[in-house]
Design a protein around this ligand. Structure first.
Ligand SMILES: [Mg+2]
Length: 256
């Protein structure tokens, strides 16, 4: 692709830019940079075993999901809200007969989930490093503020990001605010993440682009239909293919 030379009308200065390229790349944290949902699934299995004397696994799963959905507006995303939802579910399903020892074990499940070491997904470190050489990077993640801050710090990737945005919800309003803070237009922004609902759809809605990198498990409350064939969206098998997908999306815009 040719470099476009624009002449500034007032100063006569030449700016070598490719106006169709993505200036800023947004990257999701949980299940895009590091493992997360797999740990929640294992914790839920242990929670189910804990309640086995009272109730079957299927009922536990369905009730916990309902409780989490209801509690999102109270506690937001993250492990602390999940732990409170487990306790509430246990009280409900045992008719308040669950004893203090079991409640304490549920709290411990939550603490273990919070203290789980950060494990980067395959190819993350080198890909983020490569992207940082060509783009301004912003990490956009939701969940408990304290937990997300610790994960970012433990990931060793923080210095590669211009901004770290730990947000309550990933919707149109949030992305609009993040882009305004960075002084970038939606058309120059591309978001990379595993959740179509949180990382892709709201960004497409404001005129940005999205690259979906699937994770092997998706939380039920993050399920959304993949909008196949959207001109500003790409899907890749793993994060290593993201730089290539960015170039392809940029080239498609140049050709359009
Ligand atoms: Mg994610």
């Amino acid at each position: 692709m040719p470099t476009v030379v624009t002449l500034h009308r007032e100063t006569g200065a030449r700016a070598y830019t490719r106006p169709m390229d993505f200036t800023v790349i947004g990257v999701d944290g949980d299940d895009t940079l590091w493992h997360s949902e797999g740990h929640f699934v294992l914790t839920e299995q242990r929670f189910t075993e804990l309640l086995a004397p009272w109730v079957d696994a299927e009922t536990v799963h369905a009730t916990l999901l309902d409780t989490e959905r209801r509690n999102l507006t109270h506690f937001g995303y993250g492990v602390k809200g999940f732990t409170l939802s487990m306790i509430e579910t246990a009280l409900q399903l045992t008719g308040h007969r669950i004893d203090g020892v079991h409640v304490e074990r549920i709290i411990d499940l939550g603490k273990e989930l919070l203290s789980h070491p950060v494990e980067l997904l395959d190819g993350v470190a080198e890909t983020i490093e490569a992207l940082s050489r060509r783009h301004r990077l912003v990490l956009v993640t939701k969940g408990d503020l304290f937990h997300q801050e610790s994960k970012v710090a433990a990931s060793g990737l923080a210095d590669l990001f211009e901004r770290i945005e730990i947000v309550a919800e990933k919707d149109v309003a949030t992305y609009t605010r993040v882009l305004a803070r960075m002084g970038v237009a939606p058309a120059a922004f591309c978001m990379v993440g595993n959740s179509v609902k949180s990382d892709i759809l709201p960004v497409l809605e404001i005129g940005g682009a999205g690259i979906h990198v699937p994770y092997h498990v998706t939380w039920a409350l993050e399920h959304a239909e993949v909008e196949l064939g959207h001109p500003r969206m790409a899907g890749v098998a793993g994060i290593r293919q993201v730089p290539e997908a960015i170039t392809a999306l940029e080239s498609a815009r140049w050709a359009a």
